[in-house]
Structures are given as structure tokens and as C-alpha cells.
Write a new protein. Sequence first.
Length: 320
Amino acid sequence: MKQLKGRNILVTGGAGFLGSNLTHSLLGKGAKVICFDDLSTGKIKNIKEFLGQGNFKFIKGNANNYRELQKAFLKNKIDYVFHYAARVGVLRTVERPLEVLEDILGIRNILDLALKNKIKKALFSSSSEVYGEPLNLPEREDGHLGAKFPYATVKLLGEHYFQAYWKTFGMPTSAVRIFNVYGPKQESSSYGFVVGIFIRQALGGKPLSVFGDGKQTRDFVYVEDNINAVIRALLSDRTNGESVNIGADRPVTIKELAQKIIRISGSKKSKIKFVPLRKGGEIRHRFPDMTKMKKLIGFRPEHSLEEGLKKTFLWYKSNL
């Protein structure tokens, strides 16, 4: 990762769960990080440990506002961009779909400014949600796409924009389709994600709320593994113009996930409570084909699900 040492890297959405973990990794590799976030869902506490460091700069701004983003480019000679800024969480985006559509502006702004400033490469954080209800499993990058929610539609459009800039202007870009990531700093409120929600419930001695029958499957990848894969995707020329699945290659049912967290927590009060499906329904199965990831960036996750859950549980126990 010597290519990153001393480089100026812009991370939009850098105060969020993924962005702050990415920032931590980049700083550890000797990069200079410009964190750009409007703090609508990101949190200062996620980046508090970096404030005051000479190789870290925080800029409060909205990527959907061209002038605010332009200032970040003008004041810093940006080498690489990770575009993570977005409205996150299916529940939040279903409730406020028009806000999600505004993120299209951010995608266009990033690409326009990246091209004008001749950066080395831009990477777009997409989502497994672009697949919608799968017709075939595992889900391949060149297979069926059926975005079900406004959030997923914007992500898919973002992929097309990034690919177009590579094909039309020769500006190196790539997109990563992120599956279910979990780990320290992830939101655990009702607008958060299942691992954090389950851990919070277990720590409180409350029942773990499993939607439906709990037989729906997901592929969970520990955040450290996800970040390592994403950085590899940025630095590889083989990913230029490509969309790549980033996952762990080991699907598990939500019921099994709940059982693992109850066991790790040692909670004697927590049981599984089955509740009705949320508004908008739920994708039954989500499982990525990892062939392309392994071929293009040669990456395999290092953490087993149990190892990652234990690390995550200890973090929540100390920080909730």
C-alpha cells in the first residue's frame, strides 16, 4: 500500500460508519485524509480520535452542494476520492425517498470536480441493494439487476455515471457493491443495521427482534475486511470501469445471526422474538458471487463471522 503514503485522499461521508473506519485505515497507511461530511447521519464522535492530527482535515459540507465540494478540491490537491456520502439505511430512505434522489447531485459533482482536477482515481460506494430480489444465487455483477428502493436506484445510477467517466474521458473509476458490513461505530438505533441492533438489545437483556421467520439469509463481512478490499479495489488498475462485489462468501440466516449474538453476549434474558416484516417487505436472500473480487484484487476476508462479532460486541459493550 505504498501508493497511499503522503497522498491526499478525499473521503466524502467520512464521519459515517464506513467512512470513519476507512479513514482510520488510510491514516495508518500514511495517507493524508480530507474528511468531507455534512453530519446529517455521520457523527463527530466517529472521527474524534483523528482531530488535531497533522495528516487529517475535517470539512463540514454537503457533497450535493457543488460550491461546498469545490472548495475542498481547490484548497487541497486531491489524489484519490472515495465517494461514500449518501442517505443510508433502507428504512430511512423509504420514509424520505425524495431526499435520496438529491444524492444524484453529489455523484455528478464528485465526477465533474475529479475530472477537472485530474485526480488519479475515484471510487464509488454502491450497494448490494442494486440486485433487488435475486433471480439466481449467488449474485453476479453481470447478472440480474432489479433495484427495489429509491436508495438502490440512485446507487445503480451512480455506478453507470462512474463507468461512463472511465469510458468517455479515460478517468480511472470503479464501484464496489457492498454487502452487509458490520463492526465498530455502526449505528444501532431503529434506523441502523441488524448486527448493531441485535447487540444493543442483547446488552440490554431484551429480546432480539427478528423480522418474519428469520430464515432470510445475508452475507456479513467485518468492516476491517471490507475496508481492506475497498482500498485494494481503488489501487488496482484491473478494476477501472468495473463494479465489484465486496462480501465474505458465507451466508447465514438472520435467526442464526441472532443466536450467535445471544451466545457471545452471554445474556440469559435475551431470546428471539419474531416480529412482522417492515414496511416495503424484505429481500429474502442476499448472497454475492465473489469470483470477480478474488480475480481482480486477490482478496479473501480474514475474519470469521464469530471473530468479527466478538470484536464488535466488545466495542459496543465499551461504547454504548
